[in-house]
Design a protein around this ligand. Structure first.
Ligand code: DGY
Length: 344
């Protein structure tokens, strides 16, 4: 699909991005925009190199050294990843070729935190299992023990990776759901002053105490002690398999673990074993170690709620991400600052 065919600069998008604002931004600035309409979700490096062709000034989405050398050969200087996480981008390789890398922070903070909150609630209150029960026609009347879950109010929330998203999640849990406290990478909030955070001494402290653990992405973190543990760290070699057999073992047996960061932060094979051995332990996952695949056995676990990497999937956010991705490319082409610049 081509927009403004006579534009001076050629910008290629490997995927169709939501909305039209991002296209207008580029075409108004003398760019010819080419959108790959290929139905494959994941393009190979060869596919992308072919899209880049002989002349390409900027590219949105995807990664890799082979790709940056092809972009450089085609005269390109700008690349934008349509995501805040850029663990998939070899920034060093891009820099080597003089290519600016952009990402799309900010616009997805609240949307991602909301999804993590949704997973927390869905897992704690067994919503998906109850939905399936209902649809299977199994409900034959109110029972005191039917799908009894955990009340979030008063629980201890642990956040591993207290960056933008982790902090927004902690705010939602403490201010809106009345969770007692939230431990972060360095921080802990208490019940009376829900947005006042204190430093947790170690990740193990967080894991031991939390009722819900949610993982976010940001460079370091410590946290496994809550009833609710949410993971939000950046994926790098320090956070790879951060949640493993050993760290799972120190979590509460009825804890809820949520991951809306990156799949490899959890050793998913160890998680499957833990879910099997601890039916009261629950997990809410937006991301997977071998995404888009799930590890064998995960799909069968009733104590797991799984969704296909939709944390940033609100209309407003996705259109904002597309706009930022376009602005990043345009910025480099026109000599303005790149909005999301991981080197900054
Ligand atoms: C991100 O922005 O890193 C998300 O994972 C994409 O939704």
């Amino acid at each position: 699909q081509v927009w403004n065919a006579s534009g001076k600069y050629r910008v290629v998008s490997t995927k169709s991005m939501p909305g039209t604002r991002w296209i207008r931004l580029l075409t108004d600035q003398d760019c010819r925009v080419e959108i790959c309409t290929e139905k494959k979700t994941i393009l190979s490096v060869d596919d992308i190199v072919a899209l880049i062709g002989d002349r390409c000034d900027g590219l949105t989405e995807d990664w890799g050294d082979a790709l940056f050398s092809a972009l450089k050969r085609a005269g390109g200087t700008a690349f934008s990843n349509m995501a805040v996480g850029y663990n998939n981008v070899d920034v060093g390789a891009a820099n080597k070729y003089g290519i600016a890398v952009g990402n799309t922070p900010g616009v997805l903070t609240e949307t991602t935190a909301e999804l993590a909150a949704s997973l927390s609630l869905a897992a704690a209150r067994k919503i998906v299992e109850a939905d399936q029960f209902m649809r299977a026609g199994l409900y034959d009347g109110w029972l005191p023990h039917l799908f009894v879950g955990n009340l979030l109010k008063g629980q201890t929330v642990g956040v591993i990776g207290a960056g933008r998203i982790g902090s927004a999640y902690a705010r939602m849990m403490t201010v809106h759901f009345g969770a007692y406290s939230a431990y972060g990478q360095f921080l802990q909030a208490n019940g009376e002053q829900p947005v006042t955070w204190k430093r947790a001494a170690t990740m193990e402290d967080v894991l031991r105490e939390a009722d819900v653990v949610r993982i976010h992405t940001s460079p370091a973190f410590y946290a496994m002690l809550a009833e609710l543990i949410s993971l939000h760290p950046v994926l790098d070699k320090t956070t790879y398999h951060l949640i493993n057999k050993g760290t799972l073992a120190i979590m509460k047996k009825e804890a809820v673990l949520v991951n809306a960061s990156r799949g490899p932060v959890i050793d998913e094979t160890a998680l499957v074993e833990h879910l099997k051995a601890n039916p009261m332990f629950r997990v809410g996952l937006d991301v997977f170690e071998d995404e888009p695949q799930m590890k064998p056995g995960l799909a069968e676990q009733k104590n797991a709620v799984v969704v296909p990497h939709i944390a940033s999937a609100s209309k407003w956010t996705r259109e904002g991400m597309a706009t930022l991705a376009a602005l990043n490319v345009l910025g480099k082409i026109k000599g303005y600052p790149v909005w999301g610049d991981p080197n900054r």
